[in-house]
Design a protein. Structure first.
Lengths: 152, 508
């Protein structure tokens, strides 16, 4: 509770610096700080207070952005990486496990949340996306590369 | 037929067998804001400063450069048409700093700041790629400027000599012949072992087309490259153009050759950079230019250099051009560039409209390298000319009030009038250094005192013609030995005297 109070005073402080706008990221960060390592009831209270603060600051409309930022911060602090695997025909369980292991190794994350996507357009192979990285091993890209090379 | 078919199939198989696709690990981002040639990008967390970016759009790839690395976004300039890029488009890092093709194949071509041809003469087969931004050569690699750049313009070669490796600013108002001086200098580099690069920044394309035609006519395109960022090109290309031109020059420098590079003009370059900076929301300073506008020009002009023998002995001579607004030399950009360069050629509107063209002001123009960039023969005849030319202007203004002048002053005035007349020179007609020395020799030895002032140009043209016919040996000796021996001086004197006997308009 104390930490929420302190981060709220921080936000209040920045109010009189009229030019300083409180960004969604700052809201999300203070929310994270105030709920981290708390019991469920405390968290519930903190969130209530937080929403009150948002209402007071006329920032309820920015809630989507704050949620998005909060997820980012949460994932970052807990070493979670979201990854998306695209294939033409879907993968077997073993394959998914293998990819998961590979991404974990590459990103150095503790946990990888893998989502699967099927896209016939890539013809075959696999495209892995995590964070702002992309590993493109699709047949479509390789064919295009081959075409470029042949044209040259 | 079947043989060719088999051959093709065989080749195809070979190619495919040799094809190895690597799965690349790439960093990507997304465009979150686009407009005015600036994109803001989310993601690409590992992007480098001034790294090339590839925007993947529905119409194909468009390239850009990252300029602002902020906390959670990246500001980039787009090199080319930004209208094809939409919000949400994917952006890839290319893991390389912006670079341009360099090599002998760019000589004689007109290219854009990214090295793509603009003259319709086909693809450029680049030997190498050089980064656009490079740190200038250090103290150890440099040498003092000694060899001259013969501009072929009498007023400049005599009183404001330019050396190889020097940076000489050409400054003046619009439309008084700044570019003309640079173009004449390029034309005069024929046979002087000099590669030339003309960087047009924000110039009208019709004007550049005219310049290219003129250079071609004079046979100067054999050693010249034109880098063009026209008035209609986006600010990003205008900003990159001089650095790209300099990178092309550095290729020849590394081969130990001498290069002359003209930046026409840097005031437009500063304006383009101001536009980019303001759009990237960097704080504005004086005249709304960003804080690093000095560094913008200093890092460019520091790349002009004369390397010592151990480092190849090449040189880059820079002739930046700055346009002033109604003679205001104390504006921000002119003062900056004046302080960076090794001297300036100041062009004066008054002189231009009086008809003394090129309108070089002898008083305000300086060359900080000075006479060490002149050949000995020129040093001898042009030694006191700068002083005389500057004194004459003052004396002439003073003499307007009274007619009673002592003999000495009168003689000085008469000499000055002839000097001023000799400094007049038409556009696209550079004078070889031997001819210059001959005519200056005639002037300082009083051989022109009996030529009427209004006949001086006629006298001069006749003298060149006469010397080409009957004094070719003397001209050759001046050009080769670059020194005036007493014997040679005597021969020159007789040559001029002989020529004068053929004239009818002399004052008796």
């Amino acid at each position: 509770m104390l930490s929420l109070r302190s981060s709220m005073t921080e936000l209040n402080c920045s109010q009189w610096q009229i030019t300083m706008k409180i960004t969604a990221k700052k809201f999300a960060l203070s929310l994270y700080e105030s709920v981290e390592g708390k019991s469920p009831s405390q968290v519930k209270h903190a969130i209530e207070e937080f929403v009150k603060l948002l209402a007071e600051k006329n920032q309820l409309s920015a809630s989507d952005k704050i949620v998005a930022e909060f997820i980012k911060i949460w994932n970052e602090k807990h070493g979670i990486v979201e990854a998306e695997v695209t294939s033409a025909n879907g993968f077997s369980r073993d394959m998914i496990k293998l990819i998961k292991g590979h991404v974990t190794e590459l990103s150095g994350a503790k946990e990888v949340l893998l989502s699967e996507k099927i896209d016939k357009n890539i013809l075959g192979g696999v495209v892995i996306r995590y964070g702002d990285k992309i590993i493109d091993g699709s047949i479509k890209t390789q064919l295009e590369e081959l075409k470029d090379r042949m044209v040259k | 037929m079947s043989i060719t078919k088999d051959f093709i199939v065989e080749q195809l198989k070979e190619q495919i067998a040799g094809f190895k696709s690597e799965v690349k690990h790439e960093t990507v981002g997304r465009v979150i804001e686009i407009g005015d040639g600036i994109a803001r990008i989310e993601g690409i967390s590992e992007v480098m400063m001034s790294e090339m970016l590839e925007f993947i759009t529905a119409k194909g790839s468009i390239y850009g450069v990252a300029l602002n690395l902020e906390e959670d976004r990246v500001g980039a300039i787009i090199l080319g048409d930004y209208l094809g890029i939409k919000e949400g488009d994917e952006v890839k890092c290319l893991n390389k700093i912006l670079e341009v093709p360099v090599g002998n194949s760019i000589i004689g071509r007109v290219v854009d700041p990214l090295g793509a041809p603009l003259d319709g003469k086909g693809e450029i087969q680049a030997e190498k790629f050089y980064p656009v931004e490079k740190i200038a050569p250090g103290v150890i690699t440099r040498e003092s400027v000694r060899q001259p750049v013969q501009t072929g313009i009498k007023a400049i070669d005599a009183i404001i000599p330019i050396g190889r490796g020097q940076r000489e600013l050409i400054i003046g108002d619009r439309q008084i012949g700044k570019s003309a001086i640079a173009i004449d200098t390029i034309i005069n580099q024929k046979g002087q072992n000099m590669k030339c690069i003309y960087v047009a920044i924000g110039q009208k394309e019709s004007k550049v087309a005219g310049i290219v035609a003129k250079l071609e006519e004079a046979g100067a395109m054999e050693y010249t490259t034109v880098v063009l960022a026209g008035a209609s090109d986006p600010a990003s290309l205008l900003y990159v153009a001089p650095y790209a031109g300099c990178a092309m020059a550095e290729y020849f420098l590394d081969k130990g050759e001498d290069v002359l590079i003209v930046y026409d003009d840097l005031s437009k370059h500063a304006v383009a950079y101001r536009e980019i900076s303001l759009l990237l929301r960097r704080p504005p300073g004086r005249e709304a230019y960003p804080g690093d506008v000095f560094y913008l020009h200093s890092r460019l002009l520091e790349r002009a250099c004369k390397l010592s023998k151990e480092f190849g002995g090449g040189s880059i001579t820079a002739l930046p051009i700055i346009e002033t607004q109604s003679g205001d030399m104390s504006a921000y950009i002119p003062t900056n560039v004046i302080s960076i360069t090794d001297g300036q050629i100041y062009l004066m509107p008054e002189l231009f409209y009086q008809g003394s063209r090129p309108a070089v002001d002898a008083g305000l123009s300086v060359s900080r390298v000075g006479s060490s960039a002149q050949i000995k023969a020129m040093k001898k005849v042009a030694g006191k000319m700068k002083l005389e030319a500057a004194q004459f202007r003052e004396l002439a203004a003073f003499a307007q009030f009274g007619s009673d002048l002592d003999k000495d002053t009168k003689a000085k005035l008469e000499r000055g009038k002839r000097l001023q007349e000799i400094f007049k020179q038409g556009q696209y007609s550079p004078v070889p250094v031997a001819n210059q020395i001959l005519v200056f020799f005639a002037l300082i030895n009083g051989l022109t005192d009996d030529v009427p002032v209004e006949k001086i140009s006629e006298f001069e043209a006749g003298l060149y013609k006469y010397a080409a016919n009957s004094g070719a040996k003397i001209l050759k000796e001046i050009a080769e030995k670059k020194e005036l021996s007493e014997k040679l001086e005597g021969e020159m004197k007789t040559l001029v005297m002989d020529y004068k006997t053929t004239l009818e308009y002399l004052i008796k």
